[in-house]
Write a protein that binds this ligand. Structure first.
Ligand code: GLN
Length: 284
């Protein structure tokens, strides 16, 4: 009886380990699984126009158009789910979705968690401030200010590093440009959430990617303006967006890369950017 009980305990522990290792019982779907289910499940954060936003009650935008072409190439329906940006990579890893498409910047840290498609467009960090602001220009000029970012994004990482400092390869602290100045960073679901706070003066600066910043400035032309973020040594940021899939999901990634290469060759990505920046308005 004792033997049986210990056998049972070992079996239960093994099962628990398996469930944990595969991400709570769900697993990454292969291309064949996706085809069989008839739908491609994509997670995004729909507050990032022109890449993804809600218009006419539906999530649309550059990334959604790209994903539509990927779904078409696979021969399935596209299912888009709007989630917090900082949960997308985890959802890909645990198999809750097949892909992440959310203007996701390809970074070395993220490459340790997921696989990325070839880059489909580039971006830079931008600053959004009140139209009459005369003090903010480079990163260093944000000393002591209240800075808003989208949680878990490259904007968040850059500002948090500037405020907290970083560590070099020997583990030595490297002082950040904003460290000790009293500058603070607050994270929000979407850059749009920072707009009312900027307008009321609760937040001094919004840092976000170029096209979303330009969109926000355009929609608030009387009150806000935007410009590129430069470090105080004159260097700027340079980012590339990719579609993310689970590590090792090579068949799915191959389809995505083929579609993206074709879209770039046909000038479609630029067309989508112009269209979703100018022709489609986000719901209030
Ligand atoms: N490109 C930025 C990042 O990957 C922001 C993306 C987004 O907010 N949707 O962190």
């Amino acid at each position: 009886m004792k033997k049986l009980i210990s056998l049972f305990i070992v079996a239960a522990m093994l099962a628990a380990v398996l469930v944990l290792a595969t991400g709570c019982g769900k697993k990454t779907r292969s291309l064949a699984d996706i085809k069989a289910s008839g739908k491609l499940v994509v997670y995004t954060e729909a507050g990032f126009a022109p890449f993804e936003f809600v218009s006419g009650g539906k999530v649309v935008g550059v990334d959604v158009a790209i994903c539509g072409e990927i779904a078409k190439a696979i021969g399935v329906e596209l299912e888009i789910k709007d989630v917090n940006f900082d949960t997308i990579l985890g959802a890909i890893k645990s198999g809750k979705c097949d892909m992440g498409a959310a203007g996701i910047t390809i970074t070395d840290e993220r490459k340790e968690e997921v696989d990325f498609s070839a880059p489909y467009t580039t971006s830079k960090q931008y600053i959004v401030v009140a139209a009459d602001n005369t003090t903010v220009s480079t990163l260093g000029t944000m000393a002591g200010l209240k800075i808003g970012v989208q949680q878990g994004t490259t904007s968040d990482f850059i500002i948090s590093d500037a405020i907290d400092g970083t560590e070099d390869d020997d583990g030595k602290h490297v002082k950040g440009e904003l460290e000790g100045t009293g500058a603070t960073v607050s994270g929000y679901k979407s850059p749009n959430d920072v707009v009312p706070l900027l307008l009321s003066g609760k937040i001094d600066v919004l840092v976000t990617d170029k096209l979303p910043a330009e969109m926000i400035a355009k929609n608030n032309a009387d009150t806000l303006k935007c410009f590129e973020l430069f470090y105080d040594d004159g260097t700027a940021t340079d980012e590339s967006y990719g579609v993310a899939v689970a590590k090792g999901n090579a068949e799915l990634l191959a389809v995505i890369d083929t579609v993206i290469a074709q879209l770039i060759a046909d000038g479609k990505i630029d067309e989508y950017i112009v269209y979703y920046s100018n022709e489609v308005t986000a719901d209030e």
